[in-house]
Design a protein around this ligand. Sequence first.
Ligand SMILES: [Zn+2]
Ligand SMILES: [Zn+2]
Ligand SMILES: [Zn+2]
Ligand SMILES: [Zn+2]
Ligand SMILES: [Zn+2]
Ligand SMILES: [Zn+2]
Length: 462
Amino acid sequence: MEIERFVVEFFESLNAQITREGDSYIVSNVPVDFEKYIGRKCPYKISFKPGVEFAEYVSKDSHFFSAITGYLKESAKTTLLKIDFEVEPLKEIRKSIDIKNCKISNVLKKHKNCFFSRFTFLTTFRFLNESQSVVNEIYVHNGRVVSGDLKGYRVVEGKSSEVSADHLEKDYHAARDKLRELLEPKVSEIKEKLEKKLEREITRIKEHYKTQLLELGGDLNARLEKIKELEIKLHKVEGEEAEKIRGKLERLRKGLVKIGSDVSKERILKEQEFTIRDAVHKHSLNIDNDLINTAVIYYPVFLFNLLLRKDESVRSLELSYDPLLERIDGLLCESCGRETNRLNLCALGHVSCDNCIGHCGECSKEFCSSCLRKSCNSCGKPLCQRCAVTCQRCRSTACQNHMRTDCTTGEERCVRCLRACLRCHGLSEPKYFGESLDGSKVCQKCLAKERGRKIVKEIFKD
Ligand SMILES: [Zn+2]
Ligand SMILES: [Zn+2]
Ligand SMILES: [Zn+2]
Ligand SMILES: [Zn+2]
Ligand SMILES: [Zn+2]
Ligand SMILES: [Zn+2]
């Protein structure tokens, strides 16, 4: 995160006043304990650009910045922040839901708080003579890292009575893992740079000691030369001067023994090893991660209780609205179970999507597909519960139009269970048909008539 926003948010969280003036900020109304910590009274005029007149340049390495991080570390308190939302239920509902065939007659608004955490880490990389700091803010919700920040939201101080901190530990672990991931590129970059430098340094060290070892050999030859020279000279002189030369020779020979021994070589190699180890140590990377602030952030997730009306049916419905996501949840079609943003109400009060709402073919009222499961077995039109008639013969459903009275029994049957009598044009179940005198199949009634006539004829015959 950029340092500017971090500093601005820091002062905002202290309830200090921070106002922008061109390239600088004026900070005033700072709590006394911060003034004490930094050792100066406010107002402070600061700038995040170097060279702004009369303003203190705040960079990651500045005294001002380290005072802020130091102060945060020392107070290490958990900040409670509340994101404030002003929500008008009807406006939000209309924004995301298309209300098709009913009216909202009443809305009740309730809310429950939804929590997440923000962890602010100050990471300091120390290597060679350098020190670099970065600030990372990580937001975690339900143990999972989420993206985004509080920019653009109205944030107010939270109330401890409204806050639960149960989620903090779980969230913290997620944040640590994320931090490691975030730092990874920077760490690799520095490490690579250091490795290259170290490689060069080791080459230089080895070069240096190689020369020393060579010099050791070279030195030996020079001394041997010198001894030879002095020995020749000794033959030519006497007395005091000869004594001097003898003394010199002795010292040289002693030195010769010292140089010629492996001890010197070993000493040089040991020194080289030590120097390399020192260089490795100097080229290592130290990383300090300080958790400088933990914030419990919460915001209301609203529950809208609506009363829906359509003709004589009334229905209550609960929808949840997340103002952060600007999303309404909970509108499910009660027929297909899918989430929908089209609100239809069936005549029996069921919530239905556009695909699942239909009309009864008989009464023309709107019903959901669960209420329109039945259809006429003759014409196929969908039927509501009230308009569907069950044929007592075949147990299937028919519309009013396709139900008829059996002319033999007087009972209601669907037309598929009936057969037309060609003589009287009445309808009756096939089992009530019989063969008439002329060989055609007619209904029981017509048969009875025929039989009656025959009896009468026979009577008059006699
Ligand atoms: Zn549906
Ligand atoms: Zn109907
Ligand atoms: Zn329904
Ligand atoms: Zn029908
Ligand atoms: Zn039937
Ligand atoms: Zn008939």
